[in-house]
Design a protein around this ligand. Structure first.
Ligand SMILES: O=C(NCCCCc1cc2ccncc2s1)c1cc(-c2ccc(F)cc2)cc(O)c1O
Ligand SMILES: [Mg+2]
Length: 214
């Protein structure tokens, strides 16, 4: 049977990246997506914005919604101190299988926990199942119509604290209008927009950074 795009992306990582070197994994995926096949990773331009937000925050407890092939997982985990934890949720079992291998190739499996399943099922179980009190940083990059309901669910489950930072991908393309309206008008958030481009293209996209005020 024909290989899938995630499998071809993993092959490119194995061929061009050095085991245990996260930066080489990031570069190999960006090269593959620019020169071989577009894929929905956050990419290098928006990825640099993600890096600066994570580096400034130095989070201990991180939640990523939407793993895909693990590109942003590697970008975030490589900046975390060894004691920090990143829980990443992926709905698609095939993507999850590839992501596990990409994360392992980068040598970051010790600080990443990849969980297969739907955000709406797992968010209510974070506390009892993972012993998580609250998250310091949440990266939203999953179904665009789940950003808002899952943000409200995280609030209701007490997973956000004063100062928790939410960073949302694709707020322009594909777009998350209901989520944007909420975080920009709610008195519980301080929100700002980082203008950028859709990964590997000239189309406009951007990231919305929203600080929960409690
Ligand atoms: O759909 C996107 N990303 C979500 C994939 C959904 C995977 C899920 C993970 C998960 C975990 C837990 N619960 C439920 C879910 S559902 C996405 C799409 C584009 C795009 C942009 C222009 C295009 F022309 C075509 C695609 C760009 C992007 O950066 C994206 O992130
Ligand atoms: Mg995205």
């Amino acid at each position: 049977t024909r290989s899938t795009r995630p499998q071809r992306l993993l092959n490119a990582v194995r061929k061009h990246a050095t085991r245990g070197d996260p930066q080489s994994v990031i570069s190999a995926i960006d090269h593959f997506c620019r020169h071989s096949e577009w894929a929905m990773n956050i990419g290098d331009e928006k990825g640099s914005i993600l890096d600066s937000v994570v580096s400034e925050l130095n989070p201990e407890k991180v939640l990523e919604l939407g793993t895909y092939c693990g590109y942003s997982t590697v970008r975030i985990a490589r900046l975390l101190p060894p004691g920090a934890r990143l829980i990443t949720l992926e709905f698609n079992a095939d993507y999850a299988a590839i992501a596990r291998q990409v994360i392992a190739w980068a040598g970051l499996e010790d600080r990443v926990q990849l969980v297969e399943g739907a955000s709406e099922d797992w968010i209510p179980r974070m506390k009892e199942h993972f012993g998580i009190e609250t998250f310091d940083f949440v990266f939203l990059d999953h179904w665009k119509d789940r950003y808002l309901p899952d943000t409200k669910l995280m609030e209701d489950c007490g997973l956000l604290r004063k100062g928790t930072v939410l960073l949302a991908d694709n707020v322009i393309c594909p777009g998350v209008p209901d989520y944007l309206q909420y975080v920009r008008n709610s008195l519980s958030y301080k929100s700002c927009y980082f203008k950028s481009h859709l990964e590997y293209t000239k189309a406009e996209d951007g990231l919305e950074k929203s600080v929960f005020l409690g």
